[in-house]
Design a protein around this ligand. Structure first.
Ligand code: GLN
Length: 506
């Protein structure tokens, strides 16, 4: 990629945009939407494919699925770090996209033979792509622009349009629910993974055709006179990333290595951050401490929220009636896509609500929004608990109430997740943008990891009756609901203190 700076789009001009959203947000929105289509499309296929096509033991498949998810988010930390130091956001995004396309092509050629190799390409590729596109959204705004949160809310809708479509379509093609007449049975999974490669190419082209509109945003941190050094370092990153692929392959296939990795990467990232903090002024460091508080709380949020891919999918399959307001809808489909659908509808509305409240000087600050996120999460999980009171003698209960619980949880996600992205870009110094975004997603890696532990802790014994199993899950969800509410109350109580650390950031 030639790094030509288009003078007509300098940073000031970009950030001085009129209206609600900067126009560069739109192609970032679409590029991320297609990338999430691929990511959630694959995520929705993985466990199913491992169990029913590769004939893996269910618990092994679950562990490997959890390891894959944890690795994906853990790599975003490294992707953010290398973007800050060497590649810049744009080159990182191109490189990540290429790796993701390569991985899905391998999976298309032979999903079973190249399974772990293909997935490893996708893991590393997502690490280079995912945090850096979010960081670029943040750079479209001046530090004090109150429209930033609304922009991230819109961007978050794009994420979920992709997640919704990919989550439904890919598994539909793979299982033969969609296009079953057009695709021979033995090729369905090849086609499903092939579609991922096509869609990821669309994502990358969307970015490639528009990236010049970003002016100086996302260029390499090296100065033009350091060109030779920059090239050497860039090649080292590319080669290093490729060299990691066989390692990731081994670690995902043997989940115990993932445990070791998770024990190391968190402390390592903290030590690294503390080292970077020694070079900064006190006021910048206080902001980073505030960012760390948000990051640590978000681990708890995702550990509870991400029951969705684990225990809630079994709960949905075994305890929910196939009846959504009178329609015979599969509970797992609701579990997989209901949340994304609610985000699509409500994230823009809530974005507008924040703007509306802002005009009336009533907008809650970010810490309180975060706290509200936890309260909604807690009430949602408590709703899952109350569902047991509507069960029949076979331990089957209401899909309607379950869906309503998801709606409440979605409000929590919208109050926390896009705001979290926005906060990382506001609280980091210019040089640490990628690292902090990477740490935000690293918290998701821990969340995914802990979600697996939480999920297995509330999994009932196989020998229990259906009613007893429902009671065990429900009790677990009640506990999670209570943890979330406690976390929300703590955040709201400490909000004045955290606000002080944040300085002028709202
Ligand atoms: N659903 C959001 C996304 O895919 C957030 C995921 C996360 O941070 N754990 O971007």
């Amino acid at each position: 990629m030639a790094e030509t700076l288009n003078e007509s789009f300098d940073l000031k001009q970009i950030q001085d945009f009129k209206g609600k959203y900067p126009k560069q947000l739109w192609f970032l929105f679409f590029s991320e939407m297609w990338e999430r289509f691929c990511f959630y499309g694959m995520r929705g296929m993985l466990t199913y494919f491992m169990v029913y096509q590769m004939l893996m033991d269910k618990s092994v498949a679950n562990l490997q699925y959890g390891a894959t998810q944890a690795w994906v988010y853990a790599f975003t930390f490294l992707g953010g770090l290398f973007a800050d130091k060497i590649l810049g956001f744009r080159k990182s995004l191109f490189w990540g996209g290429l790796l993701m396309i390569t991985g899905s092509i391998l999976l298309m050629i032979s999903p079973t033979d190249f399974f772990f190799t293909g997935i490893s390409f996708v893991i590393i590729g997502t690490g280079f792509f995912k945090p850096n596109i979010s960081s670029m959204v943040g750079q479209l705004y001046k530090a004090d622009d109150h429209r930033r949160d609304a922009g991230f809310s819109l961007f978050y809708s794009g994420i979920n349009i992709g997640a919704f479509l990919g989550g439904i379509l890919m598994i539909g093609v793979g299982k033969g629910e969609i296009l079953s007449n057009a695709i021979p049975e033995h090729l369905r999974w090849n086609v499903a993974f092939g579609l991922v490669a096509v869609v990821m190419t669309i994502s990358l082209l969307t970015f490639a055709l528009n990236h010049k509109k970003l002016g100086s945003i996302g260029l390499s941190p090296f100065k033009p006179e350091q060109n030779k050094k920059a090239k050497t370092y860039q090649w080292m990153v590319y080669i290093g990333a490729l060299a990691c692929i066989p390692l990731i392959q081994i670690m995902v296939a043997n989940t115990v290595y993932t445990d070791y990795f998770m024990a190391i990467i968190g402390p390592f990232s903290l030590i690294y951050l503390f080292y970077e903090m020694t070079k900064l002024e006190k006021k910048d460091n206080l902001k980073l401490v505030a960012a760390l508080i948000f990051i640590i709380f978000s681990v708890v949020f995702w550990a509870i929220f991400e029951q969705a891919g684990g225990s809630l999918s079994i709960y949905a399959a075994e305890h929910l009636k196939k009846d959504l307001v009178g329609l015979p809808i599969d509970p797992n489909m609701v579990n997989n896509s209901g949340n994304a659908m609610f985000v699509i509808f409500f994230a823009p509305l809530i974005g507008l609500l924040w703007l509306w409240l802002h005009k009336r000087k009533l907008e809650p600050n970010s810490v309180v929004k975060f706290g509200l996120g936890f309260l909604f999460l807690g009430i949602g999980f408590y709703t899952f608990f109350t569902n047991k009171f509507f069960s029949d003698a076979a331990g089957m209960t209401s899909l309607n109430l379950f869906t309503f619980g998801y709606l409440i949880i979605t409000f929590g996600e919208i109050a926390l997740s896009p705001i979290g992205l926005s906060l990382m870009t506001k609280l980091s110094t210019q040089k640490l943008q990628g690292v902090m975004m990477g740490m935000w997603f690293l918290a998701s890696a821990y969340g995914q990891y802990v979600a697996g532990l939480f999920g297995s802790a509330i999994t009932p014994d196989d020998s229990a009756s259906a009613v007893e199993k429902l009671a065990t899950y429900s009790e677990g969800y009640k506990q999670f609901g209570i943890y979330a509410i406690i976390a929300g109350v703590i955040l709201i109580v400490i909000s004045p203190m955290v606000r002080k650390l944040m300085g002028e950031v709202k």
